[in-house]
Design a protein around this ligand. Structure first.
Ligand code: ADP
Ligand code: SF4
Length: 687
């Protein structure tokens, strides 16, 4: 019988080149950039190995006046930058895929705080990129600047060709590039032939495409990345308005249309705020206006949705950044009919924090992401077992599950014991919170894999003590026993318990996720959430309580609600949602005292104190590692009664789910391997 997904494996002609299939890894940043070319090349090469027919770079700066520092993107400022990028093109070609490069001139988005030259843009105004508030204003480009920009772009295209790229982009999306900024009325008040009518505002974009075709079009396909909607209504581009007209104007000019919505937080919306195929309604008009292949994203992880998007004429190629990060081998698995082996992206955007926190890319689902070069980790291959030793793992949260799965993959005999009736630990509980349903995939994928392994035995409802573990005769013990939220409010802000923390009706997140209805017992009166955690938990619990009819007040020492979620592109959406739900927010405020019927809070800036009536209180602060068993077992290790003992995940140090998965994976990789002295991974150094 034919593979129902055969259509995904048809070749696609893109100008002078041919993609081997319809899987298209669109440009995505990764925190490596020009700084770590070997790590970057290895990571991209593995995507090609996994079957992505086209593998693109991140945005690649074409000139020092488009300097995105402190972010690490690609650079093609001059010929010296060619070898670094050629590494990537070669790594992709090795597997028969096409390499694409996204040339960028950032205009209003570049503060140039490293290169210290003026930022050039259609208009003189405060720069919108970088921190968002850099005290930098652009210089309005004159005709000579525009001629220069066209030359720099052309030169970069020629360098890209020399580096070996097959597809060269002209980038007008995310509001991040001069080409789109000229098109947008709010940034273009020019009176020359580059301002005024839409035709005029599109002129620069058209010229860049024409220049690129002229420079490299003999060998390379010229793609455009274009934002067809900004979700700003009449204040921005819309897919029924000017964006439609732009596509109509340029329809046959590029060799490929890669279309999406803008800005980045809309394009890469998290699963909390958008599902698979969320862009279809905006992008689907494009194919009616052009005969050229159309690529679109929408965090597609289901092959049925992919086939459907193609058959319905929404796109010709399945664009993906996050699905290719969570599973670089997604195309191969579809080809081989191994659908339940696909490690589906959960839409958490931890990958995005590689860029926004300037570190190598990390992924919650794929612990090998970012580690391909420096630790020599492959997403599908792991060293086979070294002996017939068996491993006992305690705790089936993300750390324990991943350790069991990866040790099982190595061939070791594994016994996984979990105290609760249900497996999954924090992932099971947290994924039941509003908007976090897709996070279940972290446990579901691992349990599916473990079920296939005869050498891994799983025992739920098995709370273990140190004594019981020793009595089993287990010799190799991994403790993945997680962590528990504090009950006294102590954390990075308060270094002593909140006065009154032990009074009535004070809860922590574990209580609210515990299954019993806390609100049921207490009624939905005035609830106060104190959030000194700053990622999703405080905001999600506020949403949970507010949607159940409670009057919710959220107090946080940070300047914003769920402060760290700005790095996953969610903060504004979270604050918007909570505000709409009527949650009262007090930022830069600390919970100073709890009384039986009220709380006292202190404004951290003015020192002013306010009192507030309260029924229930939820303290979201530090967690305490469940590591006591480690210290109970350590003497047995020291006396040689057991062979190895390792503490992993939140039990070792509380952190995000991605770190728990990573920690479990690391433990599995390192089991019975020689312990390296010093830094346990390679570092790219510039000599
Ligand atoms: P992590 O994020 O590190 O994986 P979790 O808190 O998600 O941590 O998972 C830890 C799991 O360990 C929980 O499901 C918990 O029930 C289980 N656990 C904790 N202590 C024991 C124990 N003594 N015996 C068996 N299971 C335990
Ligand atoms: Fe998907 Fe999260 Fe991995 Fe990013 S980090 S690819 S959003 S699972």
């Amino acid at each position: 019988m034919n593979n129902p997904y055969d259509i995904l494996f048809e070749t696609v002609r893109i100008g002078p080149v041919t993609a081997p299939n319809r899987f298209y890894q669109v440009p995505h940043c990764n925190g490596f950039g020009y700084r770590m070319p070997q790590a970057l090349a290895t990571m991209r090469g593995i995507k090609a190995e996994g079957g992505w027919g086209v593998v693109c770079t991140e945005e690649v700066e074409i000139h020092h006046s488009s300097d995105l520092a402190p972010y690490f993107e690609g650079r093609l400022w001059n010929d010296d930058d060619i070898p670094g990028l050629a590494l990537m093109a070669d790594a992709v070609h090795k597997h028969g895929s096409l390499a694409g490069i996204e040339l960028v001139y950032n205009g209003l988005d570049a503060a140039n705080i490293y290169s210290r030259v003026p930022s050039l843009a259609p208009v003189s105004m405060g720069v919108i990129g970088g921190s968002g508030y850099d005290p930098v204003q652009t210089r309005r480009m004159d005709k000579e600047d525009i001629r220069n920009l066209r030359k720099w772009h052309r030169d970069a295209a020629l360098r890209a060709k020399r580096a070996g790229f097959d597809i060269v982009y002209c980038y007008a999306a995310h509001g991040m590039t001069a080409a789109i900024q000229f098109i947008l009325e709010r940034y273009n008040d020019r009176t020359d032939e580059y301002g005024g009518s839409l035709e005029n505002r599109v002129r620069l974009f058209r010229e860049l495409i024409e220049d690129t075709k002229d420079a490299v079009g003999d060998k390379c396909a010229v793609a455009v990345r274009f934002a067809v909607d900004e979700l700003l209504g009449d204040d921005g581009l819309t897919h029924q308005g000017q964006a439609y007209d732009v596509v109509a104007m340029l329809a046959e000019l590029p060799d490929l249309w890669d279309v999406n919505i803008s800005g980045w937080s809309n394009d890469s919306v998290t699963s909390r705020f958008g599902g698979e195929g969320h862009q279809e309604k905006y992008i689907s008009f494009v194919k009616s206006l052009t005969t050229k292949p159309v690529v679109g994203v929408g965090r597609y992880t289901s092959p049925d949705s992919m086939v459907s998007a193609i058959k319905r004429g929404v796109v010709d190629m399945i664009g993906a950044a996050r699905p290719s990060i969570a599973d670089p081998f997604l195309p191969t698995k579809i080809k081989e009919g191994r659908i339940d082996d696909i490690r589906e992206c959960i839409g958490c955007n931890i990958c995005v924090t590689g860029d926004t926190r300037y570190v190598p890319i990390r992924c919650t689902q794929n612990p090998t992401m970012g580690e391909e070069w420096r630790r020599d980790w492959h997403p599908e291959i792991i060293a086979p077992k070294k002996s017939d030793r068996e491993v006992m793992i305690i705790g089936a949260g993300p750390a324990g599950l991943e350790a069991a799965r990866a040790l099982g993959q190595r061939g070791y005999g594994v016994t996984l014991l979990e105290a609760r009736k249900e497996l999954g630990g924090r992932v099971l509980r947290e994924s039941a919170l509003p908007g976090l349903n897709e996070w279940r995939r972290v446990m579901d994928w691992r349990l599916t894999q473990i079920k296939k392994m005869k050498n891994v035995a799983v025992y739920p409802s098995s709370p273990m003590t140190a004594q019981e573990i020793l009595e089993t005769g287990a010799q190799n013990i991994v403790l993945a026993t997680g962590a528990t939220y504090r009950r006294d409010g102590m954390g990075r802000t308060l270094r002593e318990p909140i006065h009154g923390f032990d009074s009535q009706n004070i809860f922590n997140p574990d209580d609210l996720m515990g299954g019993e209805s806390v609100i049921g017992k207490l009624g939905n009166g005035n609830w106060v959430i104190y959030d000194d955690d700053h990622y999703y938990m405080g905001g999600v619990l506020a949403e949970l309580l507010a949607t159940q009819g409670c009057q919710v007040t959220l107090i946080t020492p940070a300047p914003l609600v769920s402060y760290w979620s700005q790095f996953t592109l969610e903060q504004e959406r979270i604050q918007h949602k909570l505000t709409k739900l009527g949650v009262r927010i007090f930022a830069r405020t600390v919970l100073s005292e709890i009384q039986n019927d009220c709380v006292r809070m202190t404004d951290m800036v003015s020192g002013n104190e306010t009192e507030f009536p309260r029924d229930g209180i939820v303290l979201v602060s530090d967690r305490i590692s469940n590591d006591s068993m480690y210290y109970e077992l350590k003497p047995a290790l020291d006396k040689g009664r057991i062979h190895s003992l390792r503490l992993i995940g939140d039990a070792e140090a509380p952190n995000i789910i991605a770190q728990a998965v990573f920690s479990g994976h690391l433990a599995a990789r390192e089991f019975e391997e020689e312990k390296l002295e010093g830094t346990p991974f390679k570092v790219e150094r510039i000599m």
